[in-house]
Design a protein around this ligand. Structure first.
Ligand SMILES: [Zn+2]
Length: 312
């Protein structure tokens, strides 16, 4: 099992300040590498290219209306047409968007990662607050298959593609048949699932503590049966946000900024309870990524210590 940290080069929000020597940090913390969040389509100011084992591809929280040419629904999301166009990488058509995604993947592949991560979900600004979703899991999975298969040819057969679960409509992992049929339709020989533990916990608002949370996660994994073997990576963090999800006002516009809203639902806190071991033992992932919110690497070191104690 390779142990990684998530890393992103952009200085906003919870992203860490650029680190002068990632290699020295990884060595000091006894980590194997990083999973890089790649936002842009050009090369990176990173001095540790050989330590980039995984790349989390850019994602669009909502894209189904664009893919399905539902212009009326899209207009509701943006103040003006230019905002819409820049959201989709300056693409004005699905063909242009596919070209943008291909460029992005080429930029990722140039860094020679062992695996790529692809988010499978769709929720627009309204839906994120009203929780009144217009698309089902099955619809998001079907469109993700179409979208991915449209660009799959540019990914080498040896590059592992890991599809990540979220708690919005899409890949939630709570329905084995849907997961199996989704993976079966993907045109790439080397695929699997990136289990984001916190995202999985976000699918159940009744969870009060970590013991309940990991018991729930185990029950979902048991229902997946043999499909669990498809989980080749884990984004490790804890999220217990049922209280918040039950309490916020389900209306739009809502005064809470979207970024704050999402981070209150998806908390990325360190796991602390050793019941976590049962999950790691069951999955035995090839890649374990500590996916924590941190402002600097000193903070990350103390969070890592807490989380490692929970599964070692
Ligand atoms: Zn994740």
């Amino acid at each position: 099992m390779k142990e990684l940290i998530n890393y992103c080069e952009l200085p906003h929000g919870h992203n860490p300040k650029p680190l002068l020597d990632i290699n020295a940090y990884l060595q000091a913390e006894n980590l194997n590498g990083i999973e890089l969040m790649l936002y842009k389509n050009d090369a990176l100011p990173c001095n540790s290219l050989d330590k980039i084992l995984g790349i989390h591809l850019k994602y669009w929280p909502f894209w189904m209306d664009f893919w399905n040419n539902n212009t009326e629904a899209l207009k509701m999301q943006f103040a003006c047409q230019q905002d819409l166009i820049s959201y989709f990488g300056n693409a004005t058509s699905t063909e242009a968007w596919l070209a943008y995604i291909k460029d992005h993947i080429r930029a990722a592949l140039a860094l020679n990662p062992e695996y790529l991560v692809w988010h499978v979900a769709n929720a627009d600004y309204q839906e994120a607050f009203t929780l009144n979703f217009r698309y089902s899991d099955a619809e998001v999975l079907a469109c993700t298959t179409e979208l991915f298969n449209s660009i799959a040819e540019i990914i080498p057969a040896t590059t592992l593609v890991l599809f990540e679960n979220l708690w919005w409509p899409g890949l939630r992992l709570t329905n084995k048949e849907q997961v199996d049929s989704f993976l079966a339709q993907i045109n790439h020989p080397h695929t699997g699932i990136m289990l984001d533990l916190g995202h999985l916990l976000n699918t159940n608002c009744e969870l009060q503590n970590e013991v309940e949370a990991y018991a729930y996660a185990l029950s979902v994994l048991e229902q997946l049966g043999e499909t669990c073997k498809q989980i080749k990576g884990v984004h490790l963090s804890c999220s217990l946000s049922g209280y918040y999800v039950k309490s916020f006002e389900k209306k739009f516009p809502n005064n809470t900024p979207i970024f704050k809203h999402i981070t209150q639902i998806d908390q990325h806190r360190p796991c602390q309870n050793s019941e976590l071991k049962k999950i790691i033992n069951l999955i035995q992932p090839q890649y374990l990524v500590h996916e924590l919110y941190y402002n600097d690497f000193q903070e990350l070191s103390s969070l890592l210590k807490i989380q490692r104690n929970a599964f070692k």
